[in-house]
Design a protein around this ligand. Sequence first.
Ligand code: ADP
Ligand code: MG
Ligand code: ZN
Length: 630
Amino acid sequence: MTFACKHALMGQPTSQNKPAPRESPTLGILWGILIVLFLNGLIFPNFSGRRIMETDYGTFISKVDSGLVKNVMIKNGQIYFTTAANGDTITTYQTGEINDPQLVDRLLNAPSANSNGKISFSEIVPQENSPILNFVLMWILPGIGFYLIWRMAGRTLQTRMRESGNFLSFGNSGAKIYADADIKTTFADVAGQDEAKEALKEIVDFLHTPAKYTEIGASLPKGVLLVGPPGTGKTLMARAVAGEAKVPFFAISGSEFVQMFVGMGAAKVRDLFKQANEKAPCIIFIDEIDAIGKRRDAAYGSNDEREQTLNQLLTEMDGFDGRKGVVILAATNRPESLDKALLRPGRFDRRVQMELPDLQGRKAILEVHLRHVKHQEIDLDIVARATAGSSGAELANIVNEAALRAVRMGRKQVSTADLEESVETVIAGAQKKNKVLSPEEQKIVAYHETGHALVAAMQTHSAPVHKITIIPRTSGALGYTMQVEEEEQLLQSRESLFNRIATLCGGRAAEEIACNTVTTGASNDIEQATRLARAMVSRFGMSDTYDMMGLETVGNSYLGADTSLSCSAATAAQIDNEVLQLIKDAHDKARAIISAHMDIMHKAAARLMEKETITGEEFMAIVKACTDKR
Ligand code: ADP
Ligand code: MG
Ligand code: ZN
């Protein structure tokens, strides 16, 4: 980034809290001197005036006697003399003084090239400059010169950066942030998230007609914290609030305080609030606030820069008048890591939750994004059901992938099939068309996937099979079985979780029974099954031994499962046993189901090897045909 370059070029000191001066003269001169040190030897080898040549006393006397010498001066035990041998070139010589009593007589009597025929004593022979003058000429002057050039280059760079329309510029006070006054995003662009919108509408209303609130004496919360998993539209929502309220919008990301403006975080916060106060009513939006708002304790490590910035933020939030109409929005997906001081009343005391979208929400988000692409009649229901657990950002990505696929296929409109394929691309990676499996491998993969599908189909409390495929994917999957829930499940029963583990074991069980082997293909299944089983024992209270005891705590609910055990080592060992038992039971169940339905296994696997992909309906038709025959 250009900003980083600039820092490096100008050698800005990285002092911690005071706003660093944009440039420091002493530093500039130092730079100049350093450079001169290198250049001097090259460019000014004999800068110190005319040349003085060393010679010996004998030569001096012989030159005097032959009448070549014009001037002589004796100083500090040295004899300096000039000659004019051929015409006008004057050469200065230097030689050591020797105790020679006849020297004066000799000089007085000697012939000379001077017009009066005498050697002159009076004129001062050119000599070396004084050491101080020399120093000034050789070091200081070029130093200043280089400093000036360096400064000018800095100026030009700065002007260019400002002209290129960057929102941030370096002023003497630190850094400026410019408000975005014309935001087009509205609540209509944010699909679903109705509760969040409801909560934020009040803020918008306040910014429109503050009088309504101030009449009663009510002041709105100064700070609103948007929390939720990544990609749920927090940033989007903040922009929508600004767009709806039609007020200036100061947006900055928390990391910018600490990364881009080293040593300037606090100054920047001050500047931000000063400007916002002038522009009120307006909105300040601090994205990813956890970058500066982390709890100030030992567990999170301390960082001077960040704490300075945070302290400044706390001070500013206390300092301004809530009734003036400055609303601060902030977003984070790590609310548990925020400093308590940030969350107390008077600061970010209102929390707006942005959740992963449910079925209706996903449909709405797909609709919003499909507005921007040309498409045929789309079966939104299928796509929305296949994307359980996806965030808004992922759904936006899926729609875009589908549009790209349509272009690739030379079509003018996006179809449902495009969307379904792009769901798989996002989940499992793109198809690897040219990867060829050996017939033996293909057979194993086919039986493995059929095993998953069969175990799923033979259990109640288990999502129906949607699709089975053995086309390798770029993610490394050699095939996969896609199950899609009929409807959204908010509660998971012990049975359905256990069945899920059994389904995961189905692939390996099929390898064992049908192919008489075990392969590495089950590694992902093993991972998932183990995680599920462990959660059942340690977090969901689903084992008989531990009853309702919580054995594990979840660190962050939004950023995935970083859990930590909260029990003794002895218990931890026993938990492992419980988990193992659970998985063994599920594996046994899967083996039993597959052994009992080998006819279905053979038939479905054969069809899969032939067609590479079969739908859930095709698979269920095979299941039904076989069970009817019995
Ligand atoms: P976050 O800040 O929560 O990580 P973003 O606001 O950056 O997520 O969302 C990224 C993108 O995902 C948005 O630009 C938008 O295209 C899409 N998106 C997320 N949530 C929604 C939603 N509820 N409605 C429409 N689009 C959404
Ligand atoms: Mg964001
Ligand atoms: Zn598998």
